[in-house]
Design a binder for this molecule. Structure first.
Ligand code: FUB
Length: 321
């Protein structure tokens, strides 16, 4: 199994969930904004979201149409980046990063009584939120956790002191890498129940992955899934273009680096989710092959994912057609 979700619309950063037996995919909606490539990611100039769904993994995707537009979000100015969604009770919550009117990335929440929206956004972004790429994991005990963060254009390095600073520097190569963040969600799913804390990624000796270790350090695209009672934290290494995973015994980590999930794809970014559907596990990700390699015009793909009996994950080839 290795397929594109659909053609005719550019989509990226897919977050997949099964709600009431149907698979829903919450991606970014890539568009041509005419902005040249830069390390800030300004060329990712997305303005709205669509939700897609599948009845079976190889079935035709339904495009449920526009679900939220930046112009309808009072606090947001531009760049509607990688979103996620969660269901609690009868309500669907949609989480999305965008730059506020000061050009600082924040994370917003919107809600609907349908999994595909349209979503009604809250007036303000989630208090205490910053940076990009929210991923909300529902644990077995009805507790929800948001993971987030991304360096470079995602601004995580500007929050080293706990508040936003213009200082864009990263730690030295030998120092521990910048960590993604996690916070338990409040009961109403519209905020954090606690201050976000660091998600530690360790090597096999128990030492934090260092900032200079670009093949293993966190860059962006956090995702958590649970397999055989253990927590798998997966992420992108950004400028080395790998999807990797690390395993832990608590939603807070620490997580021990486990290996590569997907080798580099055509395109600069790589971003994914992992979800079980109808008894099999799948990797949802994107590449830029259909646009002829245009970095900011990406297309969502689906590939079957295999957990080996020792809990490790089989590597997938990003160049697979
Ligand atoms: O889609 C815009 C950004 O590109 C995402 O937020 C990142 O994860 C990267 O895929």
């Amino acid at each position: 199994m290795n397929r594109y979700l659909l053609d005719g619309i550019y989509t990226a950063d897919p977050s997949a969930h099964v709600f009431d037996g149907r698979l829903y995919i919450y991606p970014s909606h890539d568009v041509e904004g005419g902005i040249p490539f830069n390390d800030n990611g300004d060329h990712f100039d997305m303005k709205d979201y669509h939700v897609f769904s599948l009845e079976s993994i190889d079935g035709e995707a339904t495009d449920h149409g526009p679900s939220l537009h930046v112009d309808d979000v009072p606090w947001a100015k531009r760049q509607m980046w990688a979103p996620d969604a969660a269901k609690k009770g009868d309500t669907y919550y949609f989480y999305f990063p965008a730059k506020d009117h000061d050009d600082i990335f924040r994370i917003g929440v919107a809600s609907s009584d349908k999994p595909y929206g349209p979503f009604q956004p809250d007036e303000n972004y989630i208090e205490g939120s910053f940076s990009i790429d929210p991923a909300v994991f529902e644990d077995d005990n009805d507790e929800y956790y948001m993971y987030f963060g991304g360096i470079w254009g995602g601004q995580l390095q500007r929050w080293k002191t706990g508040s936003y600073e213009d200082d864009d520097s990263e730690p030295s190569d030998e120092a521990p890498a910048l960590c993604p963040k996690v916070a338990k969600m409040s009961d109403d799913m519209r905020g954090f129940a606690e201050e976000p804390v660091d998600v530690l990624i360790l090597d096999k000796k128990g030492n934090p992955i260092t900032a200079g270790d670009h093949n293993r350090r966190f860059f962006e695209a956090a995702w958590v899934h649970k397999f055989n009672g253990r927590y798998y934290f997966s992420y992108s290494t950004g400028n080395t273009h790998l999807l990797c995973y690390a395993i832990g015994d608590s939603p807070y980590g620490p997580f021990t680096y486990g290996g590569v999930i997907l080798t580099p794809v055509i395109g600069w970014t790589t971003h994914h989710s992992i979800c079980e559907f109808q008894g099999k596990w799948y990797l949802f990700h994107h590449d830029s092959r259909p646009s002829g390699g245009v970095t900011h015009l990406r297309s969502v793909k689906i590939a079957e994912l295999t957990h080996r009996s020792d809990g490790t994950i089989e590597i997938l080839d990003g160049m697979m057609e």
